[in-house]
Design a protein around this ligand. Structure first.
Ligand code: ADP
Ligand code: MG
Length: 263
């Protein structure tokens, strides 16, 4: 059924903001994808359209043209219940965990809602909630607390738990460690990597940090001004970038000087 090698793909994805004469196209026909069980790193400068791709995939931004496919099935044509069901299979975790965590909901309620949107009852789902909290290395007592009672790193782990509680097949992580201190960053990244392996997740890892992307990704896609300039296995792209823009990006990362890339 699925002729594409990709678990999740976008084909000629075009997104515009605004209407009429004020309309501005920010994605100009982007095609990319991630293979099942792999991680695609999506890089590019701030404003290049990385988050827009993520939000278009999960339906936050409308798609002007192009297709979004999951196991070869076009999501852009789906409606109603079918769409809701497919959407659960792809979860977005973003930079600001407040965006996915309602400040007035306890963590237990938030995770219960992810598990069971129809009967979002923290007590009914207490066992599942506790299991997910433990999975992201948080105490079960976290369930009765509110988002503001946690540190940034903890909140990001809660957002990961909430996304995973839906039992998705694909997770899109959009700059999820960018606001965190270096030590906490490593902690969240290691956790994510562990979970990705144990749950056989497919992942899109969005970051402007090329060192982190190299560390977690199988392939990397480079976005510039709403266009994809290059995609390939991390090893190849980091060692021998084909596009001048990618070369420029890599040159500005201090750890990727000649010595290391030539090694
Ligand atoms: N909701 C929106 N309304 C209007 N313009 C937007 C919106 N979201 C993003 N943009 C614009 O789209 C472009 C791409 O933004 P974004 O996808 O957030 O980039 P990145 O995540 O790579 O930093 C930017 O020029 C940004 O200003
Ligand atoms: Mg962004």
């Amino acid at each position: 059924m699925n002729a594409s090698p990709h678990k999740l793909a976008v084909e000629d994805l075009t997104v515009t903001f605004g209407h009429g004469r004020r309309a501005r196209e920010v994605l100009h026909g982007v095609s990319t994808g991630v293979r099942a069980g792999q991680t695609l790193g999506l890089v590019g400068e701030s404003g290049s359209g990385k988050s827009t791709i993520a939000k278009a995939i999960v339906g936050i931004h409308p798609v002007r043209a192009g297709r979004i496919t999951l196991d070869g099935e076009d999501l852009t044509g789906l409606k109603g219940r079918e769409l809701v069901a497919v959407r659960r299979r792809v979860q977005l975790v973003s930079q600001d965990p407040y965006a996915s965590l309602n400040p007035r909901m306890t963590i237990g309620e938030a995770i219960a809602e992810a598990v069971d949107p129809v009967r979002a009852d923290a007590r009914k789902h207490a066992v599942t909630v506790e299991r997910w909290l433990e999975t992201v290395a948080l105490d079960g007592s976290a369930a009765v607390k509110y988002p503001h009672e946690f540190s940034g790193g903890q909140r990001q782990r809660i957002a990961v738990a909430r996304a995973l509680a839906v039992e998705p097949e694909v997770v899109i992580a959009d700059e999820i460690t960018s606001a965190l201190d270096a030590s906490v960053q490593a902690e969240v990244l290691n956790l994510l990597e562990e979970l990705r392996r144990s749950l056989s997740l497919t992942m899109v890892f969005i970051s402007h940090d090329l060192a982190v992307v190299r560390h977690v990704s199988d392939e990397v896609a480079v976005l510039r001004h709403g266009e994809l300039v290059e995609q390939g296995p991390v090893r190849d792209v980091y060692r021998a970038p084909q596009h001048p823009y990618t070369r420029g990006l890599l040159a500005s990362v201090p750890t990727f000087d000649e010595k290391e890339t030539a090694a």
